[in-house]
Every structure is written in C-alpha cells, then in structure tokens.
Design a binder for this molecule. Structure first.
Ligand code: MGD
Ligand code: MGD
Ligand code: MO
Length: 766
C-alpha cells in the first residue's frame, strides 16, 4: 500500500499578517469606492490599459460573457460605459493575470509545501502554463506532454473494472459546448457519475421548482423585475454576489415598486445603491432600495412565509376575493384546499417566534403581499443550503401561487444562480439523474446504448471515494477539496483515488490533495481566444433567466500550451474510444457541429447556430413563464411544508458560512469584506452582542469553533469574534475556511445539498 502524501487538507488556521481592521458597516453599495476597487485589482493583475480594454468587451453583444455570476444582461441596448460590476472586474483580473505558474514554480515547491499556504496565496500565484503530472510516490509536479497526459487518462479508463469507478465533476463556468461533449464522454464510457457544483448550490431550487411548477429554473425575465410591484430578496447578498442585480432593483423602485429583504444580517446592497455608471446617482447619493428589512433567524423562512400567509388568509376571509387569485388557483393549480387547511391550523404567535422576526414587521410585509399582485421572489444560498432547502423553495412557490404571481408580467420565481453557466451545464445534461427521454435521443443519434442508472451527486461521490469505490476522478474546473463540506473527510476520500485529473486555469488546493497520481490540464479561460483549425470559435452560455448567448474570447492565451475545454474532452474521446461512434475530431473542429447535436438531442435549441449568432441570443422555452406547468398532473402544485423546528443544544449557536466581498467561492481576491466593514482578515466570527455578553466575549477575542452533528464533532481554530447586527443565536463566518465544520452527512432532504447555512456550533476561548 502506498503512503498518502502528508499534504495539509485544511487551510492554515492562522491570522493574516496585516491585522484585522474594523470600519463602519456600509449602508451604500457600489458607487465610487467600487470603481476604485475594480481598477486596483485590474491594474495589479493585468495592467490598467489592457484591463480597461478588456472590460469594455465584457457582457457586450460582440464580446465575452463575464465569468463571474449568472446575472442576465439587458436584452436591448447595453451601456457603452460597460456592463460589468466591481466583482466582475475582479473575476477578470484574477483570470487574465500576467503572473504564471510554470516549471520553475513546481520545481521549487513540493505539494506538501504548497499545501501549507493559504488559498489566497495559491490563487495569486498565477495562471498554469502547461500540463503537469504528479507521479505516484512523488511530491513534485513535473511537466508532461498533452499526448502523454491523454494516454495516461485513456489507459486508466480502459483498465477500470466498471465505468462507475470513474467520476466526472463540473464547476459551472464550463460552456455549453464543453459541457455537452463532457457528458457525452462520460456516458460513452458508460456512467452517469456527473456531479456538479449545482449539487452544492441551487439543487434545492431545481427540485422544489420541478415538483411544484414543472421546471427547475426561474420563471422571470429581467423586465419582470423592472415591472414588479414587490420584490422580495430572501437569503441572498446581491451587493456582493450579484451586483448588477442592484440596477434591476433600482429600476423597480423607479417604477414605484417596493422591496423587502429577508436576511439574518442587513446586507449593504439591500440598503442604498449608487450606480457607478450614472453621475446623477453618484451626486444624489444613490437610491434607497429596501422598504422593509426582516431580520429572520437562520432557517426562520418557512415560519415567516407561513405567518404572512396566515395574515393573508385572514384578510381574504374578511373580504373574499380581495387577496387570492381564485381564477388562477382554480384553472392552474392543485392542492389549494389542503394548503389552506394546514395554514388555518398554524398558531400565529408560534410562527412569529420561530421566524425570529418582529410581529410588527411581519404585519407590514403581509400588507404588501395583500396589496400587490406583481410579485417576484428572488433567492440564493440562504434558502437552498438547509436541511429543508427544498421545502423553503416550495413555500416560496405557495405564496406566489396564492397571488397568481407566476406567469404574469412583473411576477414569478427568481432563483439567482451562481456560476456563470451553471444553469446551461444542467441544460446540457450535466446531471447524475438524466431523464430517460434524453438518453433515448442519445441512443438514437449515436446508435449505441447509453447508461440509464443514476450516478453519484457531489456528496455521494465523496462517500464513494471514501469507500474506495472510485479509482478515477476528473474535475472540469472548480476546487472540489475546498468547496465541498467536511474538508478533512473529503480530502482523505479523494486521496483514495488512483488518478485525479484537474482541468484548471489557476492553482488551488485540489491540485495538492490528489489521488495517488494526478494531472493538471491547463485550459483557455473565458476571456481568451479559442482557436480551432485556425478559426476563432465562440462558445455559448445560458444565464440565470434562460437566455442563451455567445461569448467570444478576446485575449491571447496565457500560454501557447493551453487547450480549450472542448478540445480537451474531444482529445480524451479520441484517445479513449476513437472516432467511430462519436466523431470527436470532427465535433471539435468547428463548434457549430457540437451545437448541431445539441439541437438534435435537447429541446428548445431549434436553429441553434443561427439564433445564437443574433446579438443578444435567444430565450429557452419556459413553461412556468407561460403558465404551462409540466408537472405530473399538469398543474402548479401547492405543497404542505412543516415549519422546521430543529433546535441546538443549550448554549450552542447556529453558524452560516457565507462569502466576503473579496472572493469568488474558493478563489480569494483579497482580504477585505468592505461592505461589512471587516478588513484584512477572513478568520472572523460575526456575533450578536447579547450572545457575546452571555458568553463573556468581546470584539477581537479569539475563539475556536466546534461543530456538533449526530456523527461527531469537528473543530476549526482561531477566529476573531466581531460584534455584528446578526439575529440572536446565529453566527456567521466565511467559506471555505469554515468547510471543515460542515458535516458531510448533513444534507438537504431530496436535493442532498450540504447544509452550509445551519451548522450547530459551540465556542471555546483560545
Ligand atoms: N463576487 C462573487 N459573486 C458570486 C460568488 C462569489 O463567491 N463572489 N459566488 C457565486 C455563486 S456560485 C453563488 S451560488 C452565488 C451565491 O450568492 P449568495 O447566496 O448571495 O451567497 P452567500 O454569501 O452564500 O450568501 C447567502 C446570504 O443568505 C443569508 N442567509 C443565510 N442563512 C439564511 C437563512 O436561513 N435565511 C435567510 N433568509 N437568509 C440567510 C446570508 O446572510 C447571506 O446574505 O453568488 C455567485 N456570485
Ligand atoms: N461552506 C460552504 N461551502 C460552499 C458554499 C457555501 O456557501 N458555503 N457554496 C457552494 C456553492 S454555491 C458552489 S457553486 C460551490 C463552488 O464550487 P466550485 O465551482 O468547485 O469552486 P470554485 O471556487 O468556483 O472553483 C474555482 C476554481 O476553478 C478554476 N477555474 C476558474 N475558471 C476556470 C475556467 O474557465 N475553466 C476551468 N476549467 N477552470 C476554471 C480555477 O482553477 C479556480 O481555482 O461551492 C459550494 N461550497
Ligand atoms: Mo453556487
């Protein structure tokens, strides 16, 4: 048996050198400080002029899609000043950096040494310039040719006892073209082991929406947000994670709409938005976005929504037909009577208590729901990453259905997606549970039998690795080790694989915590030119609202020795299977051929190549948007979702793991969380002042955090306590440092998403 490398799986538990600085929590988002911050990141990574030139092509119809979030671009005219935000600028600075990781770098550092560095340090080392191989028993990556790398992959795959010993993960930056080829490759091999980042992200939305309204995607367009009378932002921090959404919220306000935000902490973007592209907005001091802020306790959302529905029901009883849309309910839905019966049985005071929100505020929210018709509810990880994540979404749907607010102008569901093409990847069938109709079409198209048994999702794949069932793990982007729960458990699990392969742009912990052998295949990034057979190719991306658009890379590649993601998959296909069943060589020679097969096998892509060439792209069909509910009974379904009543042991707290303003998931851009007023330090714990007093803690006291779950305890050391306006009994810290605390067995029912927002913890003074 070979000895595992002594690499550090958990990032170093040390404070930053600069020292924590606390400033006032920001009530305003974006504005001039955001412009300054963008330019600082751009000029330090790729030079100011090169950076500005590049930014001007971002999210433009002839340009490339921002590799940051999945927020949509305006359908019509786009700002000539640039359609990007501070965090898009940071994302691009990060990938277009001129720093490089090459042979010298890997000669200098062993993987053990590198693993002692922070994720910030690793990410900042630069772009990977050529393929590298980590042989069994060695601690140093060495250069390898692409041919040799593909030979190793093909021979490993051919040696497996079963195709299910291989797993293929995807992170959501992968284009439609690469994703389609990639799932085809895994399925030609004979497995549906296709976990993706969505499993850890919006899976609960997909499941909850499919069950109730028959499509796992949101129903609104950008226009709907502009025209809404009421927008509710739940469990989301748009100022940081979807800054361009603030412009849509502002438009809603200009049209006299109102906004409620529901969050255990008041987030900056929910307060005042200063549009950096509008001098008038800067002079005026911005727009007040929030009309009402509801400070729920963590996971108090179902109780809150039920309390609001109970008040709506009382108003409806008093004045029948004044609150609910009975025409809609009668014609399009099922389960109304059961829902109403169940709501009548709820006790209002109990719901108020369980939600954590002041009764007066709940009444104000209910008045808005009663008065308005065009309602959009937006949400992100604050709703999905809970044990009852699916039920959270179903409860959101309930309240919208009562109002008939789905499939109307200005109303509907709006799960705000994370990665820029995470939605498209799923449309391309990056999915461990493919529908049989899709497999039928592949069978017919390629005249072979593709696998139908469901494969592993992300968490199942970790457990399978732990049990030694996985020999080969391929990662199309992402940083699996740092993004998944239970870092130590996951790291040890992955080390059981024989060969792990990472397609990456930049160095991260997943390159250091590997199988016995490992490969790094460096790829062309979204902002770079992708040339096949001498012709520049474009790729296509689907945003959060189901618009498919093209994206043309602009920059020269970071190195001459990179391959594009589609080309990497096609080469694996050729080396492993040859070109007889799937003509890999032809498909990748011109991405139009890939799109032709997408058109043949996936609904909604008619005339794909022609339509996607039109500026602005096209909308995919969306039943819910047209009140065509593709559920089993053909109706939109009301559902009954119990109020979650999970309590923590006396004195313990509930921890949510969230993002700072200076990171993209596991990629750390900088050490500041500017809007929250926390600078130069990530190892902090946001805490309510009463909880601090009870525990005898003061700001900047250092604590260790222990998490408690039925399968045992986990510990993360050294966090500075910070007094913060957070709901009582709740604390917050940052992912990925805190992932060591998230139990691998704590997942959402039915979506199996790790419960990253409800971790029971206790604190001990360091
Ligand atoms: N700049 C930047 N942009 C990003 C990302 C990034 O890391 N950086 N990540 C991308 C990805 S992949 C995703 S999925 C999205 C994530 O976008 P978000 O979901 O906004 O990200 P989080 O930081 O996880 O924030 C969750 C929010 O939910 C709140 N919350 C936590 N628990 C609860 C709860 O029980 N109830 C309620 N009502 N609220 C709760 C938290 O206080 C926080 O404001 O952003 C995408 N965009
Ligand atoms: N505790 C906790 N854990 C979480 C979350 C949380 O809120 N709390 N959020 C979860 C969520 S919502 C998500 S989506 C996952 C994210 O999980 P992942 O998607 O796996 O992680 P990322 O950090 O986005 O991946 C970053 C890496 O992607 C690579 N990369 C960047 N651009 C490209 C590219 O164009 N091509 C390729 N091939 N590689 C590229 C770089 O090497 C970079 O280091 O994390 C989840 N984990
Ligand atoms: Mo995500």
């Amino acid at each position: 048996m070979t000895v595992k490398r002594a690499v550090q799986i958990v990032p170093p538990e040390e404070f930053s050198q600069k020292g924590l600085t606390l400033t006032q929590r920001k009530k305003k988002a974006v504005g001039i400080p955001a412009i300054i911050s963008s330019m600082r990141h751009i000029s330090s990574e790729l030079g100011l002029w090169r950076g500005i030139k590049l930014l001007n092509k971002m999210n433009q119809k002839d340009g490339f899609d921002c590799p940051g979030c999945a927020w949509p671009d305006p359908d019509g005219k786009r700002s000539s000043l640039g359609e990007y935000c501070e965090n898009g600028a940071k994302a691009i600075a990060e990938e277009a950096t001129i720093k490089k990781v090459g042979r010298d770098f890997f000669k200098k550092y062993s993987v053990e040494e590198l693993s002692k560095q922070t994720d910030y340090w690793l990410g900042k080392s630069g772009r990977i310039t050529e393929p590298f191989y980590l042989p069994e028993g060695s601690s140093y990556y060495q250069p390898i040719s692409w041919e040799e790398a593909f030979n190793k992959i093909a021979s490993k795959l051919k040696s497996l006892n079963s195709p299910d010993e291989a797993v293929f993960y995807t992170s959501g930056r992968t284009s439609n073209e690469a994703a389609f080829l990639y799932q085809l490759f895994a399925r030609q091999l004979g497995t549906n082991n296709l976990p993706d980042c969505s499993n850890m992200c919006h899976e609960s939305s997909g499941v909850g929406l499919s069950e109730t309204v028959g499509i796992g995607k949101g129903s609104v367009t950008l226009e709907d947000l502009h025209k809404a009378e009421l927008i509710v932002v739940m469990g989301q921090n748009p100022g940081t994670n979807h800054p361009r959404m603030l412009a849509a919220l502002e438009k809603c306000k200009e049209n006299n709409g109102q906004i409620i935000s529901v969050n255990p902490i008041p987030e900056a973007g929910n307060n005042v938005f200063v549009d950096p592209q509008n001098p008038l907005s800067i002079v005026k001091g911005g727009t007040q976005l929030d009309d009402l802020y509801l400070q729920v306790k963590i996971n108090g959302d179902v109780a809150l929504l039920k309390a609001i529905m109970l008040l709506m029901l009382q108003a409806e009883d008093k004045r029948p037909n004044s609150v609910f849309d009975h025409d809609f309910i009668q014609n399009y839905t099922a389960g109304y009577d059961e829902l109403i019966d169940s709501i009548r049985k709820e006790n209002f005071d109990d719901l108020v208590r369980e939600s954590g929100v002041e009764e007066e505020d709940i009444r104000k929210a209910a008045d808005l729901f009663i008065a308005k018709k065009k309602i959009v509810i937006c949400w992100a990880m604050g709703l999905t990453q809970h044990e009852n994540g699916v039920n959270n979404i179903r409860e959101v749907v309930n309240i919208l259905l009562l109002k008939g607010s789905i499939g109307i102008e200005g109303g509907g569901t709006c799960p705000v997606r994370g990665h820029s093409n995470v939605q498209g990847d799923r449309t391309m069938n990056i999915w461990e549970k493919p529908k049989s109709e899709f497999i039928d079409r592949l069978d017919e198209r390629f005249k072979m039998k593709f696998p139908r048994d469901h494969g592993y999702d992300a968490v199942e794949s970790i457990k399978a690795c732990k049990e030694g069932k996985v020999k080969f793990y391929f990662f199309m982007g992402g940083n699996f080790i740092s993004a998944t729960p239970d870092s130590q458990f996951t790291g040890e699990a992955i080390q059981n694989c024989d060969l792990t392969v990472q397609v990456s742009t930049k160095l991260n912990r997943s390159h250091l915590v590997t199988g016995k052998e490992a490969l790094i295949l460096p790829c062309v990034s979204r902002s770079e030119k992708d040339i096949q057979n001498g012709v520049a190719q474009f790729v296509t991306i689907e945003n959060s609202m189901g618009v498919v658009q093209k994206s043309y890379g602009q920059l020269d590649n970071a190195s001459e020795n990179l391959m594009s993601e589609p080309a990497i998959v096609a080469a694996m296909g050729e080396y492993t299977f040859g070109n007889d069943v799937v003509n890999w060589k032809k498909l990748v020679s011109n991405y139009d051929y890939i799109r032709d097969i997408v058109e043949e096998t996936i609904d909604g892509f008619d005339n794909y190549n022609a339509r996607v060439r039109k500026p602005g792209g096209f909308y995919l069909p969306n039943g819910a948007r047209e009140r065509k509910f593709n559920t089993e009974n053909g109706k939109a379904n009301f559902t009954i979702n119990e109020v979650p009543r999970k309590k923590v042991a006396n004195g313990n707290l509930i921890l949510m793991t969230i993002r700072t303003h200076d990171q993209y998931n596991t990629t750390i851009y900088g050490m500041d969380d500017r809007y929250r007023g926390i600078l130069n330090e990530r190892r902090v714990l946001l805490m309510n002042k009463f909880d601090m007093a009870e525990k005898g803690l003061q700001t900047e006291d250092v604590v260790h955090i222990t998490s408690h779950f039925q399968d045992g305890e986990r510990i993360a050391r050294n966090f500075k306590v910070i007094e913060y306006d957070i709901a009582r009994g709740c604390v917050a810290t940052y992912f990925p440092e805190a992932n060591v605390l998230v139990p691998v067995n704590s997942t959402a029912k039915r979506s199996n998403t790790p419960v990253s927002k409800f971790v029971e913890v206790s604190l001990s003074k360091a």
